[in-house]
Design a protein around this ligand. Structure first.
Ligand code: HEC
Ligand code: HEC
Ligand code: HEC
Ligand code: HEC
Ligand code: HEC
Length: 360
């Protein structure tokens, strides 16, 4: 069944008997893809690679008086989804997507999310977008969720997620379905398809996309998130914000935040600053603001919705000569950075979305 190319046959007989699910095995022949994936959040989805996630689990364990491993069981169905226990620490690793045979609700006693919706393929067969090509290491089969229905693959984990109190804390899936953009997740997050070599053994090129799963931390995707227009109308500065993504801005987990900062200047002196926050805020049963896993209700949601065109009017302070409006994005709100004493720069950093200046 597995054809061995005559020239390299001897070299790979050893690998055939030593099947491994680790991305390190894949790197023998798909090193460019592995390098791209390593920059993605998928490669830091396991608690051992992610300070915020690890500390959030520890916090939830303390609040509920249980062992962190007990909490993690519920998170791992998406954050460490590989069937092979040995590669769990690799997070959303290669075989977590490429060894999927079908996406359908398996164990009906469990919610239809993450691994509960996945039927695994036998070990050495890879599901791919083309279904052709000869690999001495693995079989290849075509699966529609790798190309035509690729949203189905992403939404196995990026869909509605409820916490223990039945509060929806993450819902990129429904947001995306409500939007009217015709684009799929992979068209924006795996970039444009380009001709390239799929493996070091390939002799001809195929259409491929990037495995960077582009997000704030490893790409310029934020610069394509929002269109900002500034205008002066009857003594007001008008900001028109258009959401260019197919889902909320910001989307995903409720720890994200974007700020719209309008700074007014008189010459070189800043005379006033106004800040609008785009975020979802959760509260615990006692009404105090809390983190998504502990939430009992949603207090407010000011994020841009799909297709949103939001107009903000700000009274121009007297004497202003010009204004600078900047939209910034944070993976973790400052209150969360403080609460967990986060040291990872990716969570402490402010990412630039757009900045514009207007004469007044
Ligand atoms: C989150 C799911 C996911 C993960 C994780 C993932 N892939 Fe993919 N992979 C895809 C999708 C979707 C495609 C089809 C993209 C396209 O249209 O080209 C694909 C395509 C491929 C292809 C075919 C060439 C191409 O780009 O079309 C190879 C080879 C591949 N992946 C290898 C890997 C390796 C090696 C890893 C681990 C470093 C990995 N993948 C991790 C989803 C994933
Ligand atoms: C010994 C080399 C080798 C190793 C190791 C290897 N592959 Fe491949 N893989 C290939 C070759 C060769 C192809 C076919 C390339 C082509 O069509 O140009 C391929 C194709 C693929 C495809 C594309 C399928 C399609 O439908 O287009 C995927 C997905 C894939 N490999 C995933 C993986 C993953 C995941 C691993 C690690 C678990 C891995 N491969 C390890 C050589 C290898
Ligand atoms: C098996 C579950 C799973 C699947 C399938 C999956 N993801 Fe993810 N994805 C995650 C998890 C978990 C994270 C968060 C990782 C972290 O930062 O801890 C994530 C993070 C991301 C991020 C980065 C978010 C950020 O904040 O930087 C993007 C973009 C993304 N995924 C896109 C996709 C796309 C596109 C697909 C479909 C091809 C997909 N994902 C399929 C589980 C999954
Ligand atoms: C039209 C392009 C587009 C489409 C389609 C799209 N996204 Fe996005 N996505 C973006 C942009 C731009 C951002 C950055 C701003 C934001 O958070 O909304 C983003 C952000 C994200 C993030 C957070 C990344 C981070 O670094 O925090 C995740 C997760 C994500 N998208 C997942 C998905 C999934 C899953 C789908 C399909 C259901 C999808 N996206 C469809 C453009 C798109
Ligand atoms: C249904 C699948 C799913 C489950 C279950 C899940 N998550 Fe996630 N998680 C995701 C996805 C998808 C993302 C990426 C979304 C985004 O970028 O905002 C994510 C992102 C995160 C992040 C942000 C990580 C980063 O690097 O920015 C944290 C923290 C997190 N999850 C904590 C948890 C905890 C704690 C649990 C268990 C109590 C959990 N998650 C359970 C899918 C899941």
């Amino acid at each position: 069944m597995i054809k061995i190319l005559p020239t390299i046959g001897m070299l790979f007989i050893a690998s055939l008997s030593l099947w491994g699910n680790s991305s390190k095995e894949c790197a023998q022949c798909h090193s460019a893809i592995v390098k791209e994936w390593e920059t993605s959040a998928h490669a830091m989805a396991h608690s051992s690679k992610n300070e915020l996630y690890a500390k959030m689990v520890a916090g939830a364990a303390k609040t509920n008086g249980v062992d962190p491993s007990k909490i993690m069981e519920n998170c791992n169905i998406c954050h460490a989804p590989a069937e092979d226990i040995k590669v769990k620490e690799e997070g959303v690793t290669c075989v977590a997507c490429h060894r999927i045979d079908a996406i359908e609700h398996q164990n009906k006693s469990k919610p239809p999310i993450g691994i509960n919706t996945i039927r695994w393929m036998k070990e050495n067969v890879m599901a791919g977008p083309s279904g052709n090509g000869n690999s001495p290491y693995h079989g290849i089969v075509k699966r529609p969720f790798m190309e035509a229905n690729s949203d189905t693959l992403c939404l196995a984990c990026h869909n509605v997620m409820k916490n223990k109190q039945d509060i929806t804390v993450c819902n990129t899936g429904d947001e995306h379905r409500r939007g009217t953009t015709q684009k799929t997740c992979i068209e924006c997050h795996m970039g444009e398809a380009k001709m390239g070599l799929v493996s070091s053994l390939s002799t001809s090129k195929k259409m491929m996309r990037s495995h960077g799963f582009h997000g704030a931390r490893n790409s310029d995707i934020l610069t394509k998130a929002v269109d900002l227009e500034l205008a002066k109308k009857n003594g007001d500065l008008t900001l028109t914000l258009t959401n260019l993504s197919s889902h909320n801005f910001p989307t995903g987990t409720g720890v994200r935040i974007a700020t719209v900062v309008s700074e007014f200047y008189k010459g070189n002196t800043k005379i006033s600053t106004q800040t609008e926050k785009l975020e979802v805020i959760f509260a615990a049963a006692d009404g105090n603001i809390t983190l998504p896993p502990m939430a009992s209700k949603e207090l407010s949601d000011t994020r841009l919705k799909p297709n949103d065109v939001r107009i903000l009017g700000i009274v121009i302070p007297k004497g202003s000569t010009h204004a600078v409006v900047t939209i910034n994005y944070r993976l973790a709100k400052e209150s969360i950075v403080e609460k967990f004493q986060l040291s990872d720069e990716r969570f402490k950093k402010e990412y630039r979305v757009v900045s514009k200046k207007i004469k007044l």
